[in-house]
Design a protein around this ligand. Sequence first.
Ligand SMILES: C[S@@+](CC[C@H](N)C(=O)[O-])C[C@H]1O[C@@H](n2cnc3c(N)ncnc32)[C@H](O)[C@@H]1O
Length: 226
Amino acid sequence: MGTAAAGEPVVIERAPGVGGELVLRRAGDDYEIISNGVFLMDTRNGESERLLVRACVRGLDGPVRLLIGGLGVGFSLAEALTLPGVAHITLVEREHAVIGWHASALRPWSGGALDDPRVTVRCADLLDVVADPAIGRFDALCLDIDNGPDWTVTPRNARLYAPTGLDLLTRLLTPRGVLAVWSANAAPAFEALLRRRFARVEVHPVPVPRGEPDVIYLAARPRPAE
Ligand SMILES: C[S@@+](CC[C@H](N)C(=O)[O-])C[C@H]1O[C@@H](n2cnc3c(N)ncnc32)[C@H](O)[C@@H]1O
């Protein structure tokens, strides 16, 4: 582990990943994950990542079966475990290295959540998982694998936000189920797609210290197929 002036990032580890090279950097007391050359997540401010799960399960009486796509630094997963009624979480993360970092540098942020008996960790590509009928159905789907529908970390991920991806996600929802999608910016074309596909859509902007607000998209009550 190198030393650095406060705030100046130092590379802690590089690892080959399914979606390109993964880099874990430390900047002062914080950590950053870069994947395939795309800045993906850091430990500085998890407000919108926590809201993603809180907003998704709000109003659902327990027991709630939840799927979280994308581990990152673990803000969403750790938050989900604090919510009453959350009975089981399937956590899908495609990168072994990211999961491994939660046994070391990132452990303070996930707080041992990966070892919680309510959590099943699947090291797999979310696009393969949602296409697998054996995965079952969920009351809450919380997706945060990219910087948003318009800014994916690898090109294949874009399929998730297209009509065919939304069809697969819709099939995973229980009748009361809610889909939540995180984005680093407003994604109007994706919102329009959600409004065509679901009778209930909510858009929650979350202010951030610099730049455009993060946005949480919620969708429920799928419309009958056209
Ligand atoms: C922005 S981070 C998630 C942030 C997380 N919500 C948090 O609280 O820290 C995105 C994560 O999704 C993972 N990921 C990207 N594409 C994926 C895919 N197709 N399937 C599963 N995981 C994926 C990345 O490796 C990364 O760990």
